[in-house]
Design a protein around this ligand. Structure first.
Ligand code: NAD
Length: 351
């Protein structure tokens, strides 16, 4: 095999720490290190895992890391110089700032969904537009909600052709460790001005899809829930839709007998399966919710685990940008295998 791709993680929070662990599972990639702004429990675990820790601002951070007993390998600039590609997982808006550093050092970098499409110029979903990322210097992996929508819409558009989509995003207020965000006791239309940005964001990946979206924020931290309605060009049976979705390993159809009634059950299922951090990286669609009428109008519910659904897409994006795998299907197969993702067949799961 060719030399392993050297990956650096600039920003090590909810998304960054998961991407770092996923890189470690690949035989064609190696982790140069992770960059942290300060020592904390995440830095402690990273050190225990043997990841080299670089400081985002060493002048400010060095003494703090020393006092905590954590050694740092250098500055994040030094880390970036050693890498073939940088996965930027800094907070929303900071990626755009960091881009100046990647440009200065002439390094390819991936951004996350908190950045605007224009920061990278290419927005990515593995199934929908892998080829567009091949050889690019900057690519953005779209947000958790947009990734969930793109996977579903790609499958159904390919299967039956989509005339028009209307989707409602019932969004988690914050991540489980995100104590500053809310709401605690309200339902917040966000944005109030309609439609929401999620539709245009889908169009950065699949420009031809006609889509209107709305979003509300809810007092929950576990997952997002999407209600998706669409009109299809062909008129499939419900069984046709199920058979089509089953072809995509990053889409799980939950059968009624599992008695999964809520996002809480989905996450509990992840815990029971012994998934790392209880991550449910696939779109979780309630098979029972799928309904198609005689005119080809389809309705369904899907749950999206915001902390983890973008992780396999980040791994595929590394392969596309560096060109180590030019076939998107092969990259996805490899990622699915190494991450334990697959069509949901409860009898094939290993515990
Ligand atoms: P986070 O706040 O959990 O982690 C960000 C980390 O970056 C923190 O550890 C922070 O200290 C560090 N950081 C701050 N300034 C930095 C800098 N200048 N350079 C490097 N690191 C810096 O954020 P997150 O939830 O992981 O989000 C990261 C990106 O992923 C955002 O664009 C976000 O919109 C996107 N995203 C988040 C989710 C989610 O649900 N959390 C889902 C999909 C995409």
């Amino acid at each position: 095999m060719a030399d392993k791709i050297k990956v650096a993680l600039n920003g090590y929070g909810t998304i960054g720490k998961r991407v770092a662990d996923a890189v470690m599972r690949q035989d064609d990639m190696t982790l140069v290190g992770i960059a942290k702004t300060k020592p904390d429990y995440e830095a402690y675990v990273a050190a225990k895992k043997g990841y080299a820790i670089y400081a985002v601002d060493p002048a400010k951070a060095e003494s703090k890391f020393k006092a905590a007993g954590l050694s740092i390998a250098g500055s994040n600039e030094e880390m970036i110089k050693k890498a073939d590609i940088i996965v930027d997982c800094a907070p929303e808006g900071i990626g755009e700032e960091n881009k100046k550093l990647y440009e200065k050092l002439k390094k390819p970098a991936m951004f996350q969904g908190g950045e605007e499409h224009e920061v990278a110029g290419v927005s990515f979903n593995a199934a929908a537009n892998y080829d567009q990322a091949i050889g690019k210097q900057f690519v953005r992996v779209v947000s958790c909600n947009t990734t969930g929508l793109c996977r579903l819409l790609y499958a159904l558009d390919k299967g039956f052709g989509i005339k028009k989509v209307r989707a409602t995003m019932m969004r988690r207020g914050g991540d489980p460790n995100d104590i500053k965000r809310g709401p605690i006791n309200a339902i917040v239309p966000d944005p109030i001005h309609l439609p929401s940005h999620h539709g245009p964001d889908v169009n950065t990946v699949m420009p031809h899809i006609k889509i209107d979206t709305v979003a509300v924020k809810l007092p929950t931290t576990l997952m997002h829930m999407h209600y998706v309605n669409m009109n299809l060009n062909k008129v499939p049976s419900r069984e046709d839709v199920i058979a089509t979705l089953k072809q995509y390993p990053r889409i799980w159809l939950i059968p009624p007998w599992l008695n999964i009634k809520s996002t809480a059950d989905v996450i509990e299922f992840g815990r029971e399966l012994g998934r790392p951090r209880n991550d449910m990286m696939e779109n979780v669609i309630w098979e029972e919710s799928i309904a198609v009428d005689k005119e080809g109008e389809l309705n369904l519910f899907q749950a999206i685990h915001q902390e983890s659904d973008v992780i396999p897409e980040n791994i595929d994006c590394i392969r596309a940008m560096t060109g180590i795998e030019k076939d998107g299907k092969k990259s996805m197969e490899k990622t699915n295998k190494t991450m334990g993702l697959g069509n949901f067949n409860p009898w094939k799961l290993t515990l």
